[in-house]
Design a protein around this ligand. Structure first.
Ligand SMILES: [Zn+2]
Length: 355
């Protein structure tokens, strides 16, 4: 287990980390300049994280009934294994955001313990994945975040240090709770105009068809938030005051491309094949942190017991082999562009002093 822990180098400034994946990375924590083969190439870190939303969350988004059969638990029973193989083949660590209540199933908790033993980070995606988290009372929000961390720790033996809100919706109250709980980082802000418009339209369309989506849209002011790591001020889409440097929860925003701020997430990377995936990745090269967020469903397809989702969730019509090929194309391009792959906690540590 000691191999996965960062070790202090001379003067405490340089750290070396490695783990069961055989990674060896060197980066300077004080000014996070990446050193590859002895050369300073600027900050180029990529963190690949996966939200392990189990399938019932998708039936809720679309306002559908309960899905029966093996498909209902395909994320933990099938996707986690594929993700671990993908990560091993690509030689990169994943950060797995777990919905804590899913870990009441013994096999799900075991899957995460196995993933942690391989060098992946476990992080907190709340207790119950309440899409309306931001509309709960402060006490209930604290239960969802703190209770989620407690249950993940009890089920896996690992206390998560980060948080991601369900459905990318967050508020100042949620940030206050995160500050109270002392989380090392949050990664929920998604300043993406295309995503915001698509989500608003989808919820309206579902309502027009007489169903009710559990999804929630919050303020469009999120679209003015920084696209690179920053300390959240009040309101959270502003940076914390420069005078209060070091104050405010460290936010690692979900990735958007430069320019049009297109969504660089699992859905857009896996939907149209490797060529489009590479084009999107190229539009992110040069960013100090590429924070690529996937979902478990991004490595599943209809044949994994998800036939019923075909009309509603277009990405299950793409084969998981094709999706993995697109992801591999992205990792290769980023690695060839000088990116080192790190966990979210490692990325947070690298940016904590400069954000
Ligand atoms: Zn989620």
């Amino acid at each position: 287990m000691s191999a996965r822990r960062a070790r202090k180098g001379p003067g405490g400034a340089l750290r070396e980390t490695g783990n069961a994946l055989g990674r060896r990375r060197f980066f300077c924590i004080l000014s996070p300049t990446l050193i590859i083969c002895g050369k300073h190439v600027g900050v180029r870190l990529c963190a690949v994280s996966v939200d392990l939303d189990e399938i019932p969350n998708y039936t809720q988004i679309h306002g559908l009934g309960t899905l029966e059969g093996p498909g209902a638990t395909a994320v933990y029973d099938v996707a986690v294994g594929r993700l671990r193989t993908m990560a091993r083949d690509a030689g990169l660590p994943l950060t797995l955001f777990a919905v804590a209540s899913d870990l009441r199933r013994a096999s799900a908790a075991q899957a995460l313990r196995d993933a942690y033993a391989e060098g992946h980070e476990l992080s907190n995606h709340s207790l119950d994945h309440r899409y309306e988290l931001t509309r709960l009372t402060r006490h209930e929000i604290a239960q969802q975040i703190g209770g989620g961390a407690d249950l993940i720790a009890a089920a896996t033996g690992v206390r998560p240090t980060g948080f991601r809100a369900p459905g990318y919706t967050i508020t100042d109250t949620v940030f206050d709770v995160l500050a109270d709980l002392g989380v090392a980082y949050d990664s929920s802000v998604f300043p993406c105009p295309a995503y915001f418009a698509a989500k608003t339209a989808a919820i309206g369309l579902i309502a027009l068809r007489g169903r009710t989506s559990r999804s929630v849209v919050d303020t469009p002011a999120v679209l003015t938030a920084p696209t690179r790591p920053y300390r959240a001020g009040s309101p959270y889409w502003n940076r914390a005051s420069a005078k209060r440097r070091g104050a405010g929860v460290l936010e690692l925003p979900i990735q958007v491309t430069r320019g049009a701020r297109l969504p660089f997430i699992g859905t857009t990377v896996t939907m149209w094949g490797p060529a489009v995936a590479r084009s999107l990745a190229r539009m992110c090269v040069g960013e100090p942190l590429v924070n690529l967020e996937l979902h478990g469903i991004d490595v599943l397809d209809a044949s994994d017991g998800l036939e019923a989702l075909r009309p509603y969730q277009r990405d299950v019509n793409v084969t998981h082999e094709s999706k993995l090929e697109s992801l591999h194309a992205v990792y290769t391009l980023l690695r060839n562009s000088g990116y080192a792959f790190v966990t979210m906690a490692e990325a947070a540590e690298a940016f904590a002093r400069t954000a």
